[in-house]
Design a protein around this ligand. Sequence first.
Ligand code: SF4
Length: 510
Amino acid sequence: MTHADNGGKPREACGVFAVFAPDKPVAHLTYLGIYALQHRGQESAGIAASDGEHLTVVKDMGLVSNVFDDRTLVALDGDLAIGHTRYSTTGSSMWKNSQPVFRDVGHTQFALAHNGNLVNTAELARDAGVLPGAMSSDTDAMAEWISRAIGEHGSDPEGALPAALSEVLPRFDGAFSLVVMDRSRIIGVRDPHGFRPLCLGRLDGGWVLASETPALDTVGAHFVREIEPGEMVVIDGAGVRSSRPFADDRVDPRLCLFEFVYFARPDSELYGRNVHQARVRMGEHLAHQAPVEADLVMGVPESGIPAAEGYARTSGTPFGHGLVKNRYIGRTFIAPSQEMRSLGVRMKLNPLKENIAGRRLVVVDDSIVRGTTTRKMVEMLRESGAAEIHMRISSPPYRWPCFYGMDTGSRSELLAADMEISEIRDYLGVDTLSYLPLDALVEAVGAPGAGFCTACLTGEYPVPIPPEAGKGVLEGGRTSAPEPQSLFQGAMFDSTAGVMPSEEAARDSR
Ligand code: SF4
């Protein structure tokens, strides 16, 4: 799949969930947990469960609700389970790359689910003596190294998995929030930078690990704490035990700033801050930074709306809706012709002409990555009679590709890679364009002293990108706008909205 598939927005890499709760319907709880994390990945879904004797995995391509039904879930029940929703950032979109991955090594069976992206997969494969191309993903590489270490600790099936993890985790570079299980325990791991979130929750009679806090709410667990960057927790009948497998000097918290801007659910809590409120504050800061005379402030559904509310409140300009999002588009629409591809945007967003005609609009969005869909949306607003269009973006220009678990494409695909703001403005066809500066964005998040990754905005990568990983991706910044006729070429329009009835849960996939 191309990066065009998401209409110019980066995609989440994955959502992970784990539950240890003997006497509870753990498979059903995991189903609910990964359903709440569906926005983090829509390509495949999977659950592994153990009854203490056997570890069983069910996974398939598709959305959580397509992969599982009551029949499959009943067959999976046991005392503990892990689950995963996937969008591929390494490895192709195919069944063999769906997760959890399963390995049977001597007396130990284990399953692993991963959110993030390693940057040293090629080195891991090489050091493991695996032929180039034989390892299909970074998660595969991790499973291979864990299996090897278990082989060395194999005489103790009970302790083999935690011991193997402690030994091999320091080899992994990049972003990894992991949930892992064997027959009798679940384990959570966060890389030393904590790029991707992972939290711990308490359930009556058990424990839960999840990428985001709404998954805890969904299963009736209460939030205990975030797993700390560089921490491993082992959870079994004896409770929760924490350890630090990484060298102290590697631990440097850098949560992905884009979790706040766009990726995380608005009802998530990260660094103790509510994501929705942070987005409203981004809009407030934007109104101070880039005021303009206008008649209406509107957000681009869904993730631009909280910032638009903040902008409107601070500027005193009325807030309203100018675009209606169709929440019931099927998962994937493959446009067969140019004409149909152009119509694809209208399938997802349709202008509310009565609110637009003759008005001076402030249009607020969270980010512009490739810009193709934004340009089409601006065209629609013009056709609907907008008198002026002032674009306001609640994050800085997105100039560098992400290597830590977001699918943003190569540098040559990023609209802002090498273009001036005035050139971007002209390409989009708006009257004015302003971005929120980085310091204002961080202030809006409201977690003083907290560490963030900002690499896609600054080019400063907390974990260096090996030349082999950066080849063809870091090169070739875009120096001119794409040709109009290339818009939507080969695009597949994608929405999760049809299976996410809650507006809060339904993620924008423009
Ligand atoms: S590069 Fe950007 S999207 Fe990727 S982890 Fe860092 S802040 Fe997040």
